[in-house]
Design a protein around this ligand. Structure first.
Ligand code: ZN
Length: 463
């Protein structure tokens, strides 16, 4: 009877545990890579064998619709928060916060005041608060102490650190005794050369080839470290690039007195802070000034841009049409390639590739939103997403295995509750099983006390 009892409990345990402990499979790992300014269609201009290798063995989403304004800092922060710029607070590369009375400037690396970043909580902070470890190689914002937390491993931003050095750090962090589960890697190209040359310049082929070679290096180093097949890797970018021209300049000096305003952020989306009492005069001077420039008072910015509800968005916004630049006058330098324009324009869209155990193979999808990356990352890492503007449902079709509805990231609270109940029941069953099993052993070895123990064990046998 005791033996029967043991097997019955063992069977119950075995039936219960797979659903309980499958959630404790090997710690999932993710590496998020950004090649700054890699426009979605660059891969069609050169053979790009390494990009195509990843696509063939993983997922390719042709275009990522990023967020307005299509600049570097706003979009990198969207990737790791799932929020529009007005909600995460990094509304531009150059900002003025009237409440903090502080300026944020990517160009001067004046970005280290934590309050600029603390309107949102980036995924590496959440990852670490859930007991994991993160490592960041130059990803924007990862060398700032946000909500009191820095990544477990990080590198102070220094443009001159080579790609190879950044990769080497990440591989060390993934393979160390206390490994990270989440890595972030940032590389400045092809953005820098795209600005200098313009995306339509034939020399961009060389730059794209060089970026492809960097990806090839990353893949080969991951293979050497035996990480390629076990880490989920996402390769994406913050924005595309559009061709500018000296024939497409809009000169503000022709329309408005430069003493009336401060230009907080620059072309092609110019953030204008009028001097005291000059708001209406500045706006009226500019609103119909040029057919390729749209000028909004802050409260009139279309809601589809999700770019209104933040004190760092200035009272007047001037947005150039694609390919146009807004300058004070022609003596101002301008770039042959630029981005920042309306995020519905395909020239602004970026690339998305993914490879790893979680992803389908040789799968193509037309488009996704950049805000959807965050819930996807949370799902891959098995962490709870914070409220965000993305949707996991929009991207779950790129995963190798369908995700049960109850495991969708937005339902993680339910999962945690179910997990807790499952573990508790499992633990109780193990204890009961062991108690009964020990009693059975005792019965076999000490026949004289068998009768007494059988009495105790009997109710359990009936349960
Ligand atoms: Zn960028």
């Amino acid at each position: 009877m005791a033996v029967n009892c043991c097997w019955r409990f063992w069977a119950v345990c075995m039936l219960t545990f797979p659903s309980t402990f499958s959630l404790q499979e090997e710690q999932p790992r993710v590496l998020l890579v950004s090649f700054d300014g890699f426009r979605w269609d660059y891969i069609n201009r050169v053979p790009a064998p390494h990009f195509h290798y990843v696509m063939k063995n993983g997922v390719h989403v042709k275009q990522v619709t990023n967020v307005f304004i299509t600049k570097t800092y706003p979009n990198h922060y969207t990737m790791v928060t799932g929020l529009y710029a007005e909600s995460h607070g990094i509304v531009a590369n150059e900002m003025y916060d009237p409440i903090l009375n502080r300026t944020f400037s990517m160009n001067h690396m004046d970005i280290y005041h934590a309050q600029f970043w603390e309107e949102a909580c980036p995924i590496w902070v959440t990852n670490q608060m859930e007991g994991h470890r993160s490592g960041a190689a130059m990803w924007p914002g990862t060398d700032v102490r946000i909500r009191g937390v820095l990544p477990t491993h990080y590198m102070m931003y220094n443009e001159s650190v080579s790609f190879e050095d950044r990769v080497s750090h990440l591989i060390d962090w993934f393979t160390s005794e206390n490994p990270i589960n989440f890595g972030l890697l940032y590389w400045e190209q092809p953005d820098e050369m795209g600005h200098i040359l313009g995306p339509e310049n034939p020399l961009m082929r060389v730059v794209i080839n060089e970026t492809d070679a960097k990806l090839g290096y990353l893949v080969s180093e991951l293979k050497k470290a035996k990480l390629w097949d076990t880490v989920n890797i996402i390769i994406t970018s913050d924005h595309g690039m559009a061709q500018s021209s000296s024939k497409r300049l809009i000169e503000l000096d022709q329309y408005v007195d430069r003493e009336w305003y401060t230009m907080v952020d620059h072309s092609p989306v110019v953030a204008i802070l009028p001097k005291e009492g000059k708001l209406d005069e500045v706006y009226e001077s500019l609103v119909n000034a040029h057919p390729n420039m749209t000028v909004y008072k802050k409260e009139e910015i279309p809601s589809r841009l999700h770019y209104k509800h933040n004190s760092r968005i200035q009272p007047v916004l001037a947005v150039a049409d694609i390919g146009w630049e807004i300058v004070k006058n022609k003596t101002n330098p301008f770039l042959l390639g630029n981005h920042g324009y309306d995020n519905t324009l395909p020239e602004m869209h970026s690339i998305f590739l993914a490879h790893g155990p979680a992803f389908r193979k040789n799968a193509t999808k037309g488009a996704m939103n950049m805000t959807d990356l965050y819930p996807l990352l949370c799902h891959l890492l098995g962490i709870n997403p914070l409220p965000n503007n993305g949707s996991f449902s929009n991207v779950e079709d790129i995963l190798a295995r369908p995700v049960p509805r109850e495991l969708h990231p937005r339902d993680y609270e339910k999962e945690s509750y179910a997990y807790f109940i499952g573990v508790s029941l499992g633990t109780i069953l193990i204890i009961v099983f062991l108690v009964v099993f020990m009693k059975h052993l005792t019965h076999s070895q000490i026949p004289t006390v068998q009768a007494r123990h059988t009495e105790i064990a009997q109710p359990l046998l009936q349960g």
